[in-house]
Write a protein that binds this ligand. Sequence first.
Ligand code: CMC
Length: 392
Amino acid sequence: TGLVTLDSGYGNTAAYKSAITYLDGEQGILRYRGYPIEQLAERSTFLEVAYLLINGELPKVDELSTFKNEITQHTLVHEDVKNFFRGFPRDAHPMAMLSSVVSALSTFYQDSHNPFDEQQRHLSTIRLLAKLPTIAAYAYKKSIGHPFVYPRNDLGYVENFLRMTFSVPAQEYDLDPVVVSALDKLLILHADHEQNCSTSTVRLVGSSQANMFASISAGISALWGPLHGGANQSVLEMLEGIQANGGDVDSFIRKVKNKEDGVRLMGFGHRVYKSFDPRAKIIKAAAHDVLSALGKSDELLDIALKLEEHALSDEYFVSRNLYPNVDFYTGLIYRAMGFPTEMFTVLFALGRLPGWIAQWHEMIKEPGSRIGRPRQIYTGEVLRDFVPVEAR
Ligand code: CMC
């Protein structure tokens, strides 16, 4: 009842109250549960941040060890899950495999279907955090035709994922501490970002009281799109395109400004940040550090730096407050670590998982929480009389 106002793309409509993430887009501030992202990226670990987002407080020593232990105990997926991967075409996009298999987890864990059972909510949380890296690594193994590698209990969260992804039975993968710590930091930076498209999707699906696996699977699908998490893949493809065109940054920028074929400068712009994305600042520094520590020079990094420099001094981008976002430099780091471009958005999903889970919990526990149900402004025919098919 009452006046319905149109707010295309939810530019100005708060659909939820939340105590998880604070974001000030004018000043470029991002905090999880009150802690500045810069401090968390520098001093915390991904599992600690996951605990913080989901439970509201940083864990004490024993809480963290219980949490890690529980996750370690659930990293295996049911052997039948492998059959899903056998059925997918070899060139399937890993994001499609990820969302499908996560959705399928609700067929293996039918005890998860009541979102009001607190114990089951906890179990689903642990299962998801534990199994997503295994599923992500399997998706990669499927794409290259390698055997699946089982998780190992003596390894940390990121180490386990890297090993499941890159080792083969014939040869162990040499875990490089630089790669482990850089990936851990990147996961922290992606862990939550208030009501972005995928998180709102998780909440909307969850608001119908669908189970956590179904809700998170929908979030993964939303993340896949190139305007959201898929941008990290698109950035790298854009940089490769410019490289193939002789590194001609000027003509690419011209194309973007003329909006030729809808071309955008991928990895730039944000709905909420109207100044620098604080995550991008940290990632830009990390890109330099990781590339030099791994002894890799990358012509694409030079192209990215040039693009950024041009855009930041160009009236088109300045007047629209377009700055580099989280996705602009991540792909270069992932590439240096050995991930193929198609896996980039999967890494974003691994990072965003605790945020999705935390927001799902917050919504389910909110007293008086209602099903999400946007309104619309109807623009169709007002009233017409039915005409039989032969008389049309
Ligand atoms: N390149 C060129 N022009 C742009 C860009 C861009 N990356 N982003 C926005 N614009 C222009 C747009 O054409 C419009 O211009 P005009 O006023 O002349 O029509 C104006 O800026 C406002 O754009 P908008 O589409 O209304 O802005 P939005 O808030 O709806 O979109 C966005 C936000 C992130 C989808 C958009 O900036 C974009 O498409 N960026 C490129 C994709 C990308 O990097 N996405 C990752 C976002 S951050 C992490 C994540 O969410 O996953």
